[in-house]
Design a protein around this ligand. Structure first.
Ligand SMILES: Cc1ncc(COP(=O)(O)O)c(C=O)c1O
Length: 371
């Protein structure tokens, strides 16, 4: 079976992990600081804060901008086409979800629908760069400008970049466009720590508060034996460990090769799948360079397509179920024609670094032969 996902683990990760395990310091310490320094340089933004998962990162980011002051009435605009972590962070912060429809061309939020749904109750906007294809961030900034002119406040945008390590918008890394960005280093992502995450902030003050709140609100740099610091604001246990950071650092040195292979495979599909009857490719804009975590397509007669791929030994999947149909989110249900269209047709193909020349040819030939 050609897998849809595979763990990308550098051979040097074993030695790096062993070194930490025998060092006498396995919790958050110097390796986390080193990893953060490397991530800041790579992204081009010093305001980075590692956490133990993107789930924790989304929870903490939303807590900082809205959750800490939530009274049960605030809304967060969000997409139903994502992993549950995106939307459960809204529930965990005692905020309400307002669904924004999905654009079938990009699989990201429909920005026209988003612009219509901003109201005085909007506390934040959650967008997902689905499969690593960046949301049109300049247009989103324009929508925020209009909201500010109309309502007198500017909703904070949290970009869920869990699929999007290495993706760029207008030539600059995600995490440098003025919003809060959250990355995942979970096992199946381009860059893995086994489990881990990163929040990238637009300013130092927010990053400083997040550094406190990721570990109970307690200042880890203070001398707690002689002069225990006061805790002004309660926090969480969301910090990354040196063990995970060492594994992340080892993988960071190879992630550009991984990313390059995903992009090469995607370009191959772009060339060879265009024009196949019953199959629609998603948008490619020159200014939005996707990380191609997976390769989503919209197909007619999806059940037959999946069966045909299964028979050919090619693993495909929807990857994420639409979130708005879950019982725990049903009270927020809305008419979402774009999501309905996508829910019946979307399927993701393997596109990762592990595909051989023969694998990707087999995938293209199987699809081109019809289903
Ligand atoms: C879109 C999206 N957001 C958030 C997450 C959560 O990431 P983590 O497993 O690092 O908590 C995932 C995980 O796959 C995801 O796909």
């Amino acid at each position: 079976m050609i897998p849809l996902f595979k763990v990308s683990m550098s051979e040097s990760a074993t030695g790096a992990a062993t070194q930490v395990l025998t060092s006498g310091h396995v919790g958050q310490g110097p390796k986390v600081a080193e990893f953060e320094q490397a991530l800041a340089e790579r992204i081009g933004n010093p305001n980075v804060v590692t956490v133990n998962s993107a789930t924790s990162g989304l929870h903490l980011a939303l807590h900082l901008v809205a959750g800490a002051a939530a009274d049960g009435t605030g809304e967060v605009l969000s997409t139903p086409l994502t992993f549950e972590a995106t939307n459960f962070s809204i529930l965990a912060n005692r905020l309400r979800v307002r669904w924004v429809d999905v654009d079938p061309d990009t699989l990201n939020v429909d920005l026209d629908d988003l612009a219509r749904k901003i109201t005085p109750a909007t506390r934040a906007i959650m967008v997902v760069h689905f499969a690593g294809y960046p949301v049109d961030l300049a247009r989103l900034t324009g929508i925020l400008d209009q909201a500010e002119a109309k309502f007198g406040f500017r909703p904070v945008v949290i970009e869920d970049c869990a699929h999007a390590w290495g993706a760029t918008y207008r030539g600059r890394e995600l995490g440098t466009h003025g919003n809060i960005s959250v990355f995942s280093f979970q096992a199946l992502k381009h860059l893995t720590c086994v489990d881990g995450g990163l929040i990238v902030f637009p300013d130092e003050a927010m990053a400083k508060r997040a550094r406190l709140l990721r570990w109970f609100g307690i200042d880890r740099t203070a001398d707690r034996l002689r002069n225990a610091p006061d805790v002004a604001e309660y926090g969480f246990k969301f910090h990354l460990t040196d063990l995970n950071a060492a594994i992340g650092l080892a993988n960071l040195s190879e992630v550009d090769d991984v990313l390059h292979k995903h992009r090469e495979n995607a370009a191959y599909y772009d060339r060879h799948l265009a024009g196949v009857a019953g199959l629609r490719l998603t948008e490619r804009a020159a200014e939005r360079n996707s990380s191609h975590w997976v390769y989503p397509v919209l197909v007619e007669n999806r059940d037959a397509f999946v069966k045909r791929m299964d028979e050919a030994g090619i693993m495909v999947s929807q990857v994420h179920e639409r979130n708005d149909k879950h019982e725990c989110l049903r009270e927020f249900s809305a008419l979402l024609p774009g999501m309905d269209h996508v829910a019946e047709r979307m399927v993701c193909l393997p596109v990762g670094w592990w595909l051989s020349e023969q694998d990707r040819r087999q995938i293209v030939e199987t699809i081109a032969a019809g289903w």
